[in-house]
Design a protein around this ligand. Structure first.
Ligand code: NAD
Length: 280
């Protein structure tokens, strides 16, 4: 059922790779709520072709852009405004990738060239996007810009690797650019810190099944799904949250406030009965 939350709003959505992607669900729901938008992803992702189905379903155009490339971002912002016939009201940054995670490098044996790519793709791209948008004056007053993050920005999660540094940097850019853009144009800049979610990027994390299960047992409301993340994101794109900015907003079923739950305690105590080796 549509609440017409985004009627008349124009947007730009990064990161829909396939129907598991969080950005895919956000695009579907934004369309249902009345928004029009341009879809974008890196050239390698567009070659996979799945985004064309989403474009057809939502009546959107697709533009290739490498989010680490400032020229690509500028052309994307100019072209999107031409297609949508005006400035943008919302932008979703749903981008993350670590070559170190992909190549299964451990945190104490990182490749520094890869590390820089992790930071560039997953965090600096957000600054590049905001800077390009501000210079081109591509966003309307009180536009809303949302990035997706994870709690490994604040706490250590084995296996998340150099993506933890990328998310810390991303959340810092949310605050720093949120101040600059809020002061000049009332533009809101926030991140949503989402539960573990089965997607292409999520599944690449070492031990993801265990992480997902642990987080689900720990959270009083259970893990938040990609569809639920989309619902939350729409409220941030809407006019109902016009004074929310510079925040990292946990959307995790309560996980971030937990220390130990009964379900995890029960599971843990069962494991203790099974004579684990001493070093565990
Ligand atoms: N899946 C999870 O468990 C989880 C949890 C919390 C936060 N997040 C975050 O959500 C966001 C979306 O990830 P997802 O889980 O939907 O996975 P996904 O793999 O579907 O999306 C990641 C996207 O990043 C895009 N991308 C990579 N390099 C790019 C580049 N150079 N330029 C433009 N786009 C590029 C990919 O093509 C892909 O569409 C990421 O920021 C991720 O870190 C995911």
């Amino acid at each position: 059922m549509s609440h017409h939350l985004l009627d008349g709003k124009k947007g730009l959505i990064f990161g829909a790779l396939n129907d598991k992607s969080i950005a895919w669900k956000i695009a579907e729901k934004a369309h249902d709520e009345g928004a029009v938008f341009v879809l974008t992803n890196a050239p390698f992702a567009l070659r996979l072709g799945e985004i064309d189905q989403l474009a057809a379903k939502t009546g959107s155009e697709v533009i290739a852009a490498d989010a680490t490339n400032v020229d690509d971002l500028q052309s994307l912002l100019i072209r999107s405004q031409e297609i949508l016939n005006g400035k943008l009201d919302f932008v979703l940054h749903s981008i993350g990738m670590s070559p170190n995670v992909r190549k299964k490098m451990s945190y104490d044996d990182l490749d520094y060239r890869y590390f820089q790519q992790t930071l560039d793709i997953s965090a600096l791209s957000f600054h590049k996007l905001l800077q390009a948008a501000k210079k081109l004056d591509a966003l309307n007053d009180y536009a809303s810009v949302v990035a997706l993050s994870y709690i490994a920005a604040q706490r250590t999660f084995y296996g998340y690797n150099d993506m933890a540094e990328a998310k810390s940097l991303l959340e810092s850019i949310v605050r720093s650019f949120g101040y600059i853009y809020g002061r000049s144009k009332g533009v809101r800049v926030n991140s949503i810190s989402q539960s573990p979610t089965y997607t292409t990027a999520g599944g690449g994390i070492r031990g993801f099944d265990g992480l997902f299960d642990f987080s689900n047992r720990m959270s009083p409301l259970g893990n938040a799904t990609a569809g639920e993340c989309a619902d939350y994101c729409l409220t941030l794109f809407s006019d109902l949250t016009r004074k929310v900015t510079m925040q990292n907003l946990f959307h995790d079923g309560g996980f971030s406030s937990m220390g130990m739950s009964e379900r995890v305690m029960g599971f843990y105590n069962k494991c203790l009965d099974t004579n684990l080796p001493e070093e565990w």
